[in-house]
Design a protein around this ligand. Structure first.
Ligand code: SF4
Length: 699
């Protein structure tokens, strides 16, 4: 099987049994998320278990592109399990991180790792090609994620220096390498079962959402280390190189002819220009680009003073009120070292700060808060706050109920304090769906809000987000310099929706006017987005920063490569004739499998609603600037600022009817019927739903 290593590692921490699953058994799911969901479904008999139950199974999956030269797709890894972050139910969920891990796993001969059970004491999993060991992690327990990785590098490499040749000493595979192991680790937050805990690899590659750090902590799993000396067999190396050159020549940024572009394949990032949100912008120290394996973009940076290495986007937005940039960069590093999710920490800190400013922290229902707000903005303040969440104590090592409460997540803390509904509705607690923090404004970029609510987590998929920035910047400061959006609204809806097979031709999928946001057209956009990302991004692991390539300033007619590029790479690597539409259809199957798991966990259509504030109040916070989106109003297309509107609860209910009808799910319950699942080849999933009394009626 070209593109695949051929086997998936299975480690049962309870029995210490190491075995393998032939990849062939799951290859029809493509890779990554599809394979992960299918394996999870087969191995977890009771899907209603809690995320911290030893029976929870964690899958860590690569794709056929991992470790190859497919641009922006070689270095991502997909993680899945029942999570512990969302509320009221910890949904079966996913996260994804970049770096070297997926490539190294493939080089070691594995397409993924499946973790089952719970060790009786702290352990780490040591993968050196086909030599696998579950090792004692007693002395690693308590260390932060960076020290853990350094310690494991030393243990695996001995006295060997990074960059020198090292043999792995396996008789079957006597390879040598100059590399150091790729390690994925939890920090103190995971060990202490904080629901905000994440997994960290290298400096700042985080599987951030889901609370997977706590899931690992509950299993006594400190880290997975992998080093390999093999290679990925590519079906047609020449075709792969030709495709990469074609991509570069026709679609990638060109240093001699730079053009304005926001997130997308044509975007210019180097030297280096990561999306850094630190106050005060870019640090004025020497820096160089840093990239995931095989990626041409290098969208992150490493700095001479080693502060904030590899941070980008939200991990660089934490502690905006820091007294200076150096403190803010140190705060970013603290999140990575203690292993905490940046987005929830940003909105959690905002919540606690607002409670303090409105003199609510002294209320009778809230345990005494040990933070000294007179030092707000200092390094001392943020270190204590981070430690409180990571350790669930007072941040100085003493038991503390306030610290324990916030370590379990801010929405759950508010629930304990009897304030969840109140603070969701007064806007202090900016967590409008499934107890998860807001990201993009769901009343404006409705596809983002709907996708999150109909799924399991903040989608964090920027496929259409660039459009808002492109227009917003042109309409604000760009006016001064005569900068126009890349395409007029009428052109952009055509270029993008032309690529949205099988719904292509329906330009109203991108109509964000008030009269269209609850329509069948919008249901199709949400559906297409779920299908595209479930397969091409989360299973084949094309990076969210670079893909899809819808509109591209370098391409003829500014028409990006998406639709042509994805199957071109898949054919070159695997040899399979698999069209773009085949990928969308497989994405639909994966989405249905995930939805069936959520249904088994207890999801019903009546639960699928935003916090009331989304229906009652416009955004106070201007979460994300002025969201200009295309809209068809008064008989013509234009860009409009939809930032100040509310959603309508009844109309959103009607939207769900349309969405469920499109999905061929039961509109009364949201449950998937047998006919729908059987038509997708998921008859065995229907059987399990039937046994649980969760099978939907066919229309
Ligand atoms: S665009 Fe950035 S995050 Fe994505 S694969 Fe490339 S270097 Fe990694």
């Amino acid at each position: 099987m070209n593109g695949y290593a051929g086997k998936i590692l299975r480690a049962d921490l309870s029995t210490k049994k190491i075995s393998s699953i032939p990849t062939e058994k799951y290859a029809h799911w493509g890779g990554g998320h599809g394979m992960g969901s299918a394996i999870f479904f087969d191995l977890v008999k009771d899907k209603t278990i809690d995320g911290l139950d030893p029976e929870n199974v964690v899958t860590i999956m690569t794709s056929p592109f991992s470790g190859t030269l497919v641009p922006g797709a070689s270095g991502r890894t997909e993680v899945q399990a029942i999570g512990v972050q969302s509320y009221p139910i910890g949904w079966y969920t996913r996260s994804n991180f970049g770096g070297r891990f997926s490539a190294m796993l493939k080089f070691a001969g594995w397409d993924g790792v499946v973790i089952e059970g719970k060790a009786d004491r702290p352990v780490w999993l040591d993968i050196r090609n086909d030599k696998i060991a579950i090792r004692d992690a007693g002395s690693l327990w308590g260390k932060d994620t960076w020290n853990t990785q350094e310690e494991i590098w030393d243990r695996v490499m001995g006295k060997q220096e990074f960059g020198q040749w090292m043999g792995l000493g396996s008789e079957d595979n006597p390879g040598n390498t100059t590399q150091k192991p790729a390690v994925l680790a939890i920090g103190p937050a995971g060990e202490n079962l904080s629901r905000l805990a994440c997994l960290i690899h290298d400096a700042s590659n985080a599987a951030g959402q889901g609370g997977f750090g706590a899931v690992w902590g509950s299993k006594n799993l400190k880290a997975i280390s992998v080093i390999g000396t093999g290679a990925v067999k590519v079906n047609d190396p020449k075709a792969l190189m030709t495709a990469r050159v074609w991509q570069k020549e026709n679609y990638a940024f060109n240093l001699d002819n730079l053009k304005k572009s926001w997130v997308g394949f044509g975007e210019f990032h180097a030297p280096p220009l990561p999306v850094l949100l630190w106050r005060g912008g870019r640090p004025k120290v020497a820096q160089r680009p840093q990239a995931c394996v095989g990626c041409h973009s290098a969208c992150r940076a490493r700095f001479e003073d080693a502060l904030g290495n590899e941070a980008s986007c939200y991990s660089s937005a934490f502690y905006w009120d820091a007294r200076n940039l150096e403190i803010q960069r140190k705060a970013s590093d603290m999140l990575n070292r203690y292993g905490l999710n940046a987005v929830e920490m940003i909105y959690g800190l905002l919540y606690i700060r607002l409670l303090q400013q409105y003199r609510q922290l002294d209320s009778a229902h809230i345990p005494k808060c040990p933070l000294d707000f007179r030092t707000y903005g200092s390094e001392e303040f943020i270190e204590r706050f981070v430690k409180m969440v990571a350790y669930g104590d007072d941040g100085l090592g003493t038991k503390n109920q306030f610290g324990k409460d916030i370590s379990g997540g801010f929405v759950r803390a508010a629930e304990k304090w009897g304030r969840r509904e109140t603070d969701l509705n007064n806007g202090m607690l900016q967590f409008p769906y499934w107890g998860l923090p807001i990201h993009k404004e769901p009343r404006a970029q409705v596809y983002w809000g709907y996708g999150t609510l109909l799924g399991d987590r903040d989608i964090n998929e920027h496929d259409l987000d660039w459009l808002k920035w492109d227009v917003q910047n042109a309409k604000t400061w760009g006016r001064k310099y005569g900068i126009q959006p890349m395409l007029e609204a009428e052109e952009v809806v055509k270029v993008i929706t032309d690529k949205m097979v099988p719904f292509d031709g329906d330009i109203h999928m991108l109509d964000f006017s008030e009269s269209n946001i609850y329509s069948e057209h919008m249901a199709k956009l949400v559906a297409w987005h779920r299908y595209y990302t479930r397969f091409w991004k989360q299973s084949m692991l094309f990076c969210d920063v670079r893909w899809p390539d819808f509109v591209n300033p370098y391409a003829p007619g500014k028409i990006g490569s998406t639709g042509i590029a994805e199957p071109k790479y898949l054919k070159a690597v695997t040899g399979k004739d698999f069209s773009f539409l085949d990928g969308i259809n497989l994405g639909r199957k994966i989405w249905n499998l995930d939805h069936a798991i959520w249904t088994l966990q207890g999801r019903h259509r009546d639960m699928v609603h935003f916090a009331d504030i989304i229906y009652k109040k416009t955004s106070d916070w201007d979460v994300d600037g002025k969201p200009y989106m295309p809209g068809f109003e008064n008989g013509k297309w234009d860009y409009h600022n939809y930032g100040k509107r509310t959603l309508d609860r009844n109309k959103f209910d009607a939207f769900k009817d349309r969405f469920y009808t499109l999905m061929e799910w039961d509109t009364e319950t949201g449950y998937p019927p047998k006919t729908t699942l059987e038509s997708l080849g998921l008859g065995y999933v229907a059987d399990e739903l039937e046994k649980s009394g969760k099978l939907g009626r066919s229309s």
